[in-house]
Write a protein that binds this ligand. Structure first.
Ligand code: AMP
Length: 114
């Protein structure tokens, strides 16, 4: 997707503070952090929303979560805890239409989320 901002970050075409990458996934700090640690983990391949996942993407989604757990450990969050979430479409609060897993930590999370 040539106009997708997260595809451009994955390709290194626009800057981001990248803190994790492997063959399938890139992790970078959110531009507008909502917690002391706020990282986005994205698949390199463009998938617009959670609704667009196919059965063959199940391993990729699992990989996003194991990457998030690695980043959480690297950021020193594992023991105290953290939150991961994926927003989907308008009611879910999605603003960038390239699937991304938010990893938030470093403060006590509230429930229910707003
Ligand atoms: P969502 O609302 O779930 O779609 O989340 C999109 C997230 O992307 C927001 O938290 C934004 O702050 C973040 N964001 C948007 N553009 C960038 C960017 N260029 N670099 C890093 N984070 C971004």
């Amino acid at each position: 997707m040539s106009e997708c901002i997260f595809c451009k970050i994955a390709a290194g075409e626009i800057p981001a503070e990248r803190i994790y990458e492997d063959d399938l996934v890139v992790g970078f700090r959110d531009l507008s952090p909502q917690a002391p640690t706020h990282v986005l983990l994205i698949p390199r391949r463009h998938i617009a929303t959670l609704n667009d996942l196919q059965p063959q993407d199940e391993a990729l989604v699992g990989h996003l979560y194991t990457a998030a757990a690695k980043v959480a450990a690297d950021e020193g969050l594992a023991e105290r805890g953290y939150r991961t979430l994926i927003n989907c479409n308008e009611d879910g609060g999605q603003t960038v239409f390239h699937l991304h897993l938010h990893l938030l930590g470093g403060r006590r999370m509230r429930w229910p989320p707003g």
